[in-house]
Design a protein around this ligand. Structure first.
Ligand code: KIV
Ligand code: ZN
Length: 504
């Protein structure tokens, strides 16, 4: 039996710190359930003291998850630890508290304005206090990779003495490099006298694009837990991506010789779900889960691949859950057929959700001869998104061309009334967006607009994601339709509805 690397997923905490990635509680629970199916050992569900909403989300995840441990983040202060404990205590499988306090000189001097001795005392105190509540305590010396090593060793020794069962070494600002980070872990193993009583974990950020490499170097030097996120989401440039860490360990068993509990066939589905619900698209050339990750474009590559797959492929797409596109249903398929197919794809819907999905499916099947698994996934993920439709698209009309000023007329349903506005714009999408803004009375700044085809073919579903800023808040929205203008409108409305729902 290979030794296991513990996979600690922080998509719902650090990942949610990605600008614009705010998720509502239902969406968080849905992601947590998929993470559980994926087989992650620990789900960091949030930072309970940060807001009542976060507290409720962590509690909901703790209550809803059976097979993974659920963890809540806390600073080294009583109020944070109490809040985190009160949220995770419902977890069925060993709830965990994750306490952090910065130890680097720059953080201590400018952010915390505290001396080393105070940090040392506060760290040990916090772990001791938390230990009175729970067995499973993780401690992170924030900015560990820029911390004076002798001081870092002292802090780690003190928190392990106080009862920490995992010590996590964050490369908080993604500053380290693989050789340096591996040596840091080695130094910790050699210089912290009680280190054998705790699991060494790592938490690497991707500011220099080295988060996965640093995590793997740490594993080779004694780390046995890796903190990571789906699609590499996270603060700034993100965290180490779970799929890249896991598939590196699995593909290069000759170097690593470690296993994980991850069911790799669930990776692609999890990536899609997280992308959909956060509204953050996956770049096509993203390793493991990008649309091009297994595409062979060049003739020489295709030729070699057809002769022997391993000439140009180091992993099988099926191993990470990319299935061959299948024709599944057509316009004569019924509700039962849809339900059965969705079940096979891993979606269990309530009757109401199924009704809505079936209506959408029928409309799509009318427009599109062939409905593929990817289309169904898009429809379902749209229908079970928990954003209330405060504004709903009723109809739109556009006029556009290269010799006319593009114009749009849009009607929305709001509180039972039809509201209509007309506008011109730089293009039909711009005209539609201006009409929407007139109705909703907001003027967001559009930061990004992305259009993707869900499947191949002229009649493919188009999926639009938008990213907008209103005041200080950044939100993402998404929408899908065989008509790209309608998909664009739906995406913008989805974002506007999020703004309304979160501010209301
Ligand atoms: O990046 C970081 O240092 C963190 C800690 C809270 C572990 O996210
Ligand atoms: Zn982090």
């Amino acid at each position: 039996m290979k030794e296991k690397i513990i996979i600690f997923d922080t998509t719902l905490r650090d990942g949610e710190q990605s600008p614009g990635a705010s998720l509502n509680n239902k969406e968080k629970l849905e992601i947590a359930k998929q993470l559980e199916t994926l087989g992650v050992d620990i789900i960091e569900a949030g930072f309970p003291v940060s807001s009542p909403g976060d507290f409720r989300a962590v509690k909901m995840v703790a209550k809803g998850i059976k097979k993974s441990s659920v963890c809540g983040l806390a600073r080294a202060v009583k109020a944070d630890i109490d809040a985190a404990y009160n949220a995770v205590k419902y977890a069925k499988k060993s709830p965990r508290l994750h306490i952090f306090l910065a130890t680097s000189e720059i953080h201590m001097k400018y952010k915390l304005k505290k001396a080393e001795s105070e940090i040392l005392k506060a760290s040990a105190w916090a772990v001791k206090y938390a230990k009175r509540k729970l067995k499973d305590i993780e401690f992170s010396p924030e900015d560990a990779s820029r911390t004076n090593k002798e001081f870092l060793y002292k802090v780690l020794e003190a928190v392990i003495d106080a009862g920490a069962t995992t010590v996590n070494i964050p490369d908080t600002v993604g500053y380290s490099t693989p050789y340096e980070f591996g040596s840091l872990i080695k130094g910790i193993k050699e210089n912290v006298p009680n280190i054998h009583k705790a699991v060494i974990s790592v938490h690497c950020h991707n500011d220099l694009g080295l988060a996965v490499s640093n995590s793997l170097a740490a594993v080779l030097n004694g780390a046995r837990q890796v903190e990571c996120t789906i699609n590499g989401l996270g603060e700034r440039a993100g965290n180490a991506s779970l799929e890249e860490v896991v598939m590196s360990l699995a593909t290069r068993g000759d170097i690593f010789n470690f296993g994980t509990n991850i069911k790799t066939k669930e990776i692609y589905k999890t990536s899609r779900l997280v992308s959909k619900l956060t509204g953050i698209p996956v770049q096509p050339n993203k390793a493991i889960v990008g649309a091009n990750a297994f595409a062979h474009e060049a003739g020489i590559h295709q030729d070699g691949f057809l002769k022997e797959r391993r000439t140009y492929e180091i992993m099988k797409p099926q191993d990470v859950g990319f299935e061959e596109t299948k024709l599944v249903l057509g316009k004569h398929s019924g509700r039962h057929g849809l339900k059965a197919r969705l079940k096979k794809l891993g979606y269990t819907l309530t009757d109401k959700e199924l009704d809505r999905a079936f209506l959408r499916f029928k409309k799509l099947a009318d427009k599109k001869k062939e409905v593929f698994d990817e289309d169904l996934a898009t429809i379902v993920e749209d229908e079970i998104s928990a954003i209330p439709e405060i504004y709903r698209l009723v109809s739109f009309y556009i006029s556009s061309g290269n010799k006319v000023t593009p114009s749009a007329s849009v009607t929305l349903k709001h509180k039972g009334k039809d509201l209509r506005a007309d506008s011109t714009g730089d293009g039909p999408v711009d005209a539609c967006y201006k009409a929407l803004e007139k109705i909703a009375g907001v003027k967001p700044r559009l930061l990004g607009y992305n259009l993707n085809a869900v499947t191949a073919g002229k009649d493919a579903l188009g999926e639009v994601s938008v990213r907008m800023r209103v005041g200080k808040r950044i939100v993402n929205g998404r929408g899908a339709s065989t008509d790209v203008i309608e998909a664009s409108l739906k995406a913008y409305l989805n974002a506007l509805n999020k703004i309304e729902a979160f501010s209301g």
